[in-house]
Design a protein around this ligand. Structure first.
Ligand SMILES: [Zn+2]
Length: 154
């Protein structure tokens, strides 16, 4: 185990001692930690306050870019679908994790595993009702507006 994973795990252990969930994350660029985070759900009512997302937010603010393609994410726990998605959006190409979604479930934190399972189901079979309401008024077609605006600027 390298020093960054050890750091992520130490963050997770400290977070549990402080009343939080067992998750810590470190983002590394060019051999240096540029951001770290812990799960902050015990501090504030924010479902996006997962360790990985906290670290991604800090790194993007620090580097003043959404592009983290040259960063490696070290997460004490296997990222949940939300954090994995954020990693995709940030262009992160490598994620190291120590503890699995299954281990989290055994510790009483089963939502991540459940959402991974939900995402494998067809849209109409998911627990959240997913209702498509197509745009009927062209004045409300933000996609078309965006498409025209970006093609004008090229
Ligand atoms: Zn997460």
């Amino acid at each position: 185990m390298n020093e960054w994973m050890e750091k992520a795990l130490k963050l997770a252990v400290t977070n549990v001692r402080e009343g939080g969930h067992p998750f810590g994350a470190v983002l590394v660029k060019d051999g240096e930690a540029i951001a770290e985070g812990v799960n902050e759900l015990h501090i504030k009512p924010d479902v996006s306050a997962h360790a990985e997302l906290v670290a991604i937010r800090k790194a993007q603010e620090h580097l003043r870019t959404t592009d983290l393609s040259d960063c490696t994410l070290y997460a004490s726990g296997e990222p949940c679908p939300m954090c994995l998605t954020a990693a995709y959006f940030a262009g992160i190409k490598e994620i190291h994790f120590a503890q699995t979604v299954e281990e989290a479930s055994r510790a009483g934190l089963s939502l991540s595993g459940k959402v991974y399972e939900e995402l494998t189901k067809p849209k109409d079979s998911r627990e959240i009702n997913f209702i498509h309401e197509p745009v009927q008024n062209s004045d409300l077609d933000a996609m078309d507006l965006y498409s025209r605006k970006t093609s004008e600027s090229e």
